[in-house]
Design a protein around this ligand. Sequence first.
Ligand code: ATP
Length: 359
Amino acid sequence: MAKTPYEIAVIPGDGIGPEVVDAALAVLEECERRYGIALACTPYDFSAELYRRTGRKITAADMDEIGERFDAVLFGAMGLPDVRGPEGLELGAQVEMRAHYGLFASLRPVRLFEGVEGPLTSRDVDMLVIRETSEGMFAGLGDAHEPSDETATDRMTITRATCEKLFDVAFSQARARRKRGTPGHVTLLHKSNALRSNVLMEKVFDEVAAANDDIGSAKHYIDVGSMYMVTDPARYDVIVTENIFGDITSEIAAGIAGGLGIAPSADVSLDHGVFQPSHGSAPDIAGQGVANPTAMILSAAMMLEWLGEQHADETATAVAQRIQSAVETMLAAGTTRPRDLGGEAGTREVADAVIDALA
Ligand code: ATP
């Protein structure tokens, strides 16, 4: 059922996170004024910076509260290179939230928009990379381990249960995308010639593909499949892959579509969603007002799209489409070009241009 207002937890985080979140909130506020959608946004100050100052980080109790009270989480970026937890790993709530809410799929769509120059000769880049985010090469993050200067081990684990859910999402996403003209096709990128876990992943993929034979499917080894992303991007519609392969391939996808500044993402389970840009906190450009907020704005649109699906709310779906169209109009016009795309426009100017384009 459509509900209103949607309760949104907003976690701006570190570095450029707060800057791009402010820009996305400005776009959402304009949508509330124009299109009759209502969002009640509550900010949460979880960040690596907070951990540095106070030792406080997001806890299971915080995530329980957020999960129960809110319809979705809008997340900027978290982590700073010099703020590390006890195991020497960078601090960010993303991994904790993925585990806590069982967010098993990260959806990362990229498209080479008109007005954006990609690094390839082909302009036929329109793909959705689905990265598994609860197991795979990150499965052992919570494992007990003895710190050692001689040997360190990580663990790749793949389960049938997660593969089935993941591939169901991949095929239904391909079906949903097909409504706007994409071919309806899913490719598995894997390494079953060398990794036992990937033999199982491939087997389950074959089963789910057979049950969804209205959608085309293909499989490539991750190495050659990554090469095809650059040499022949048109062959891809939906790509689905395990955790670390997806981490890497989603950034290749972002790169061939114009960079991280325009690549959104959604981390979802069947009933929870965290929406954040594919980029990190970009400390090298933080605090200068120059970050491109497009990825964050498109992530906010993905949030509305997801709320629209979850609550059968056509208004939310329509507003998501309006934001996506406004971003396309802004980029195609070329008068307001963010710095990472070769222009001069700052974060707020880009947000204002998207707001103007909503008209
Ligand atoms: P993480 O591992 O947390 O995803 P990362 O190490 O991949 O982070 P990012 O923080 O994503 O690094 O930044 C990578 C590069 O991309 C940096 O040079 C950064 O300035 C640039 N970048 C990232 N996001 C943006 C943005 N929104 N606008 C402009 N440049 C960006």
